[in-house]
Structures are given as C-alpha cells and as structure tokens.
Ligand binder design. Structure first.
Ligand code: DX5
Ligand code: ZN
Length: 211
C-alpha cells in the first residue's frame, strides 16, 4: 500500500502560506490538509473558504479540507468552489451524512468521513462504498500539537481488515515515532502538523514520514 503524507497547514506560518506550501511541494507531499473549525463543533476557530481559495492559487497538490464544523452540508458548495479535492467531515456532525456525501460527490469532489477517538469505526460502515477515504482521529479534534492516542489503533486495524484498498488516514500527534505505530495498524495516509512545520527541515520530515 502506498504511504501518503498530508501536512496540516494549521501548524504552518499563516503569514507566509505560499512559502509553507512550497516546502510541502519540495517534500513531495501527497495532499495538503486544511483544518476548518467553527468554534462550535470544536472549541476553536481557524480558517474558512476564502483563505483556502487563496492558497489553491499557489499550490498544485490536492487539497483535503477537514471540516470540524457542526453543519458541513451548508458549506460544501463554498469549499468545493474554493478548491477542495477531498472533503472530510465528521460522523458526529449535525448534517445528514448521506445528503452531505451526495452533495460532495455531485459537485465532482471526493468524500471522506472522520471519526473522533471515542466513536466506533462501525459508524462509517454504511457509507464505505461512496467514500474515497476514512479518517480515524488520533487526538480529540480542535487543536494541533496534542499527543497521539494509541488506543484508537484497533479501529484502524478493524477497518483495514474490512477494506484492504481504502485510504485510511490518521490525524493528530503523528510524529516520526508514532507514524510507525499507525503504519503497523494499517493506516496509509498521515496528517502531520507540528511534526512537519516545527521541524528544522520540513521537506526532509515529510520524506521521512513516508519512509
Ligand atoms: C486537529 C487537527 C489536526 C492538527 C494536527 O484537530 O485536525 O489536523 O492540525 O496537528 P498535529 O500534527 O500537530 O497533532
Ligand atoms: Zn485535521
């Protein structure tokens, strides 16, 4: 299975986004991870569609927009217009999951579903045939720089056994050390914020995470 790395821009220097995106290109990042938080689904506010649209103009890597918002369905059109290639939203949100997936796909975008650390992985099962990726959160969503929760790994294992070819993503506390645990469990897409952007050499770190 091909390993993919998706640097989370949440940990990058927002005053120099173009420069930070170039580092991702130099490291051959497979995806760019964009964390959208509404201060309601999670206790924090980050960026929205206009900032993503601006970034899209200066980067050719596919964008995975991680919506940590209560009502993703209301904003799907905006994020597709802004340049999302994949939209990841949570099973724990307030929108209808089927309708939200349908809307994403009907606009020509790929759909991905996320579960928080304590949500059973079986929550994504009814939708698997329409998902291009599943995200198993390895921290409580809302903030960068938290520690990897290893107790979530049995969910990755269970999903990998069920879906040998699915892109299974982990997000939160991924470092050069914890990425090994995630790989062993069967994950193949690694979101990394602090590990990439707080490192001396982001390009090198992206390549090492891919291993
Ligand atoms: C957390 C976000 C993550 C975050 C990861 O809610 O979903 O994408 O940026 O940050 P690190 O890699 O620093 O744990
Ligand atoms: Zn994220």
């Amino acid at each position: 299975m091909k390993y993919k790395v998706s640097p989370s821009m949440l940990a990058s220097d927002y005053a120099n986004l173009e420069k930070e995106l170039k580092k991702c290109e130099q490291g051959n990042a497979d995806l760019i991870h964009l964390d959208v938080m509404d201060g309601h689904f999670v206790p924090n506010i980050s960026i929205g569609a206009p900032v993503i649209a601006a970034m899209k103009k200066v980067c050719d890597i596919p964008f995975d927009v991680h919506l940590m918002i209560s009502e993703p369905l209301k904003y799907i059109d905006d994020f597709v217009k802004a340049g999302a290639d994949i939209i990841t939203f949570h099973t724990e949100c307030d929108s209808d999951i089927n309708e939200t997936i349908d809307r994403i796909i009907s606009l020509g975008c790929k759909a991905s579903l996320a579960v928080k650390p304590n949500t059973p992985i079986s929550e994504v099962y009814p939708y698997l045939d329409r998902l291009s990726m599943v995200l198993v959160m390895t921290v409580e969503p809302g903030f960068g720089g938290q520690s990897f929760m290893e107790f979530t790994m049995p969910k990755v294992k269970e999903l990998r056994e069920k879906c040998p070819l699915l892109d299974i993503q982990v997000d939160g506390g991924v470092t050069l050390k914890t990425v090994k645990i995630a790989k062993q469990a069967g994950a193949n897409v690694f979101v990394a914020g602090s590990a990439v952007f707080k490192s001396e050499n982001p390009k090198e770190t992206i390549m090492q995470l891919k291993g």
